[in-house]
Design a protein around this ligand. Structure first.
Ligand SMILES: Nc1ncnc2c1ncn2[C@@H]1O[C@H](COP(=O)(O)OP(=O)(O)O)[C@@H](O)[C@H]1O
Ligand SMILES: [Mg+2]
Length: 428
């Protein structure tokens, strides 16, 4: 059994239940604003889940490389290692406002310091990355398949704690996410994501500060859920909002699981603007050919679990077709995972997001301009970092076909030289 905390206060107890499930019960006297999720209001009856952990508790469990590392390190002591064990290991340091501890333990969310400047200046072969993974894995309650850790930057903690509205003496939890990449699988993924985020930013979307290590070996992203006073706001991804386990993050269609679902949670005056932003983000993902825009790569954030969520700032946008030329969309649109043409994409804006056809076209224009500008920046970076040139060229080709096929614009002038045309890649 473990204790669940929301906003630094005890909310209730979570334990294994039935052959494969889990049960969560709110503690006595816990009031409505302490609810652990918008989908699980405070009530007397327990919330029982037949299979695995409830989506909100499973939301930040490490996947992929980080999960395997933690399993190897901690399974030895207990013999077995299930999701509840993993939650207990990474529970004190999580994305969002929930924390997990032993039943009788106090909440200590202190994460060791690590200079972000050092990470940005370090070289891939320096050993720092192996050290970061080893040291910070157990503080990394963060999902995703790519290797990554949560760290606490000393300089940023001090700046944050000096702000006038501070409530705590310093930020004790993690301040940044550090994302690495596997050279055998997705070479230069950090630079790929960096330039994709740059496009999103130029489209006017809210993107947290993101920095690329000098040698391209890591991407360091400021946490968007950290408030100036050192507390954290609520984060719920679209697996949680659809009551789905992580294993179903690729299931279904965007129409219901994303565009309809957002209307179930975002209401009132903010809905129209949030739908406009969501459409822009969706179109950016499409044009940049991100085949990994699954349900965990969209989220809502909130200060109050009882109302007022908004779309989370942008994260995890990458051109996956630079590695997998055949990659298609993560979920379907109109029953198909094929990249939509301009007409189909625009209809998502008008039919699902309440935009006028003219507004949808304006968004297309903004995206095309942003992509052209970032393409020029990326070319300069490629000249200075020849090791990125091959992946960069592939990205540019993919962006060019995204603009042509999904926005319906003429092939941009920056289309790469014929020697590096699509023919050089495995045929789609
Ligand atoms: N800047 C951020 N601040 C807070 N949480 C974030 C931020 N970026 C990502 N996350 C959370 O971390 C998870 C994993 O990050 P993500 O970039 O999606 O990694 P991956 O590429 O491995 O999927 C996301 O699903 C989201 O919940
Ligand atoms: Mg992700």
């Amino acid at each position: 059994m473990i204790r669940v905390w929301s906003d630094n206060q005890s909310a209730g107890m979570l334990d294994r239940h039935g052959p494969r499930g889990a049960a969560f019960a709110y503690g006595e006297g816990v009031d409505a604003p302490r609810a652990v999720s918008m989908t699980m209001p405070v009530r007397v009856a327990s919330w029982d889940h037949a299979w695995g952990l409830h989506p909100i508790f499973e939301m930040n469990l490490p996947e992929g490389a980080l999960r395997e590392r933690l399993r190897l390190a901690f399974a030895k002591a207990t013999g077995t290692f299930d999701d509840l064990d993993l939650l207990a290991v990474v529970g004190r340091s999580q994305v969002g406002r929930l924390r997990y501890t032993a039943v009788d333990a106090a909440l200590d969310e202190e994460v060791p310091f690590q200079s972000v400047d050092e990470i940005l200046a370090s070289r891939r072969d320096s050993g720092l990355f192996a050290f970061l993974l080893q040291r910070f894995a157990a503080y990394s309650g963060i999902s995703g398949v790519q290797p990554k850790v949560l760290v606490r930057d000393e300089a940023d903690s001090a700046v944050l704690s000096a702000t006038p509205e501070r409530k705590s003496p310093s930020v004790r939890g993690a301040t940044h996410i550090v994302k690495f990449w596997d050279p055998n699988e997705y070479p230069h993924l950090a630079a790929n994501e960096f330039f994709c985020l740059r496009v999103a930013e130029k489209c006017g979307l809210d993107v947290p500060r993101y920095r690329l290590a000098e040698d391209g070996s890591a991407l360091v992203i400021d946490r968007f859920d950290l408030r100036p006073d050192g507390s954290y706001c609520g984060v719920e991804d679209f697996c949680v909002l659809n009551a789905r386990p992580t294993s179903e993050k690729y299931r279904g269609g965007y129409e219901t699981a994303l565009f309809k679902r957002v209307k179930d949670f975002v209401t009132g005056e903010t809905l129209a603007s949030e739908l406009g932003r969501l459409f822009t983000l969706f179109a950016v993902n499409t044009v940049l050919r991100n085949g990994d825009a699954h349900l965990k790569n969209f989220a809502l954030v909130y200060d109050d679990v009882l109302g007022g969520p908004r779309l989370a700032p942008v994260y995890d946008v990458v051109t996956t077709t630079a590695y997998l030329p055949q990659d298609a969309m993560a979920l379907t649109l109109g029953g198909s995972a094929k990249w939509p043409d301009a007409k189909k994409l625009a209809s998502i804006g008008t039919l699902r997001c309440g935009l006028t056809p003219r507004r949808a076209r304006e968004i297309f224009d903004v995206i095309a301009t942003a992509v052209s500008e970032v393409a020029a920046e990326m070319r300069r970076y490629m000249a200075e970092h020849p090791e990125f040139a091959e992946v960069g060229e592939r990205m540019l080709q993919e962006w060019a076909s995204g603009i042509k096929l999904s926005l319906g614009f003429e092939t941009p002038a920056w289309r790469p030289a014929p020697t590096l045309s699509r023919a050089a890649l495995p045929s789609p």
